[in-house]
Design a protein around this ligand. Sequence first.
Ligand code: MG
Length: 324
Amino acid sequence: MTVLGIESTAHTLSIGISKQGRILSNVIDMYSGGSEGLIPRKLADHHSNVFSSVLLEALTGAKLSMNDIDLIAFSQGPGIGAPLSVGVSAAKYLALVYGKKIIGVNHPYAHVKIGEHCCKMRDPLVLYLSGGNTQILEQMANGHYIVLGETLDIGIGNLFDTFARAIKMENAHGSALAKLAENGNYIPLPYTVKGMNLVFSGLLTSAEKAAKKHSHLDVACSLMENAFAMTCEVTERALFLTKKKSLLVCGGVAQNRRLQEMLKIMCKEDNVKFGVAPDEYNRDNGAMIAYAGELLYKKYGAMKIEKCDPITNYRIDRMKEILR
Ligand code: MG
């Protein structure tokens, strides 16, 4: 089976192609808003503008034409309404015009499955960290996921991006903030965990205040250090609770090397196997949607086109109800 996967939940329009679980191409075009953040209308315009060239490049890269595609998989949510709709509409259009089967894919589920595939892991505890999401996930015997712990306010990536904008960074993004943090020294900032849940907004407010008195390097360092330490603490609690012997970290923020280092140390101490996919698959990407689309198709079959609507608040623990 050859699957074309479309990703458009936030800043990235990406199309990837997989065949029998092998990735043939993965073309990624990310909108960079600079210092103004993610403005939904601008993201949607970006995705519309680059869609046809990204599609062509993905097909050419895989040495295929639309005739060779069996299934169109699209990222169904969670995501920002305007950009998400561009990918969903395009997926429906391609399925109708070329007479292809279609399936909607939960975006976090795709990050988890491509991560397990890359790390050759079966049934790990999953730490999913991105701009809008921060969750600890456990797979049940029926294949569905439950959320053991999560952020009670903003996502960890959103925390970093918002702080980067507050200190007027030109490229207000977590990856740029991480570079700044490398040269900072630690100053005390709030640390808030509630069982296996996290709270980031107090840390953000205190960091914004601290940035008026202290060097931005030091505040960036301390903000990230605390957010990651809090994340490690709740993850370790979930590891002990579930008695899992492996941990997979996935999602955009999983690319952060300092976080990876902290999780590796923790896993070594707890005698747990640690896994993280290459950066290409932790960024938002179409290949993971294609890969996960094939897994879901084998289990549930194709979706009726009338069911293929964007679901902006599509939590991973709602998959059972959506795919039924
Ligand atoms: Mg993502």
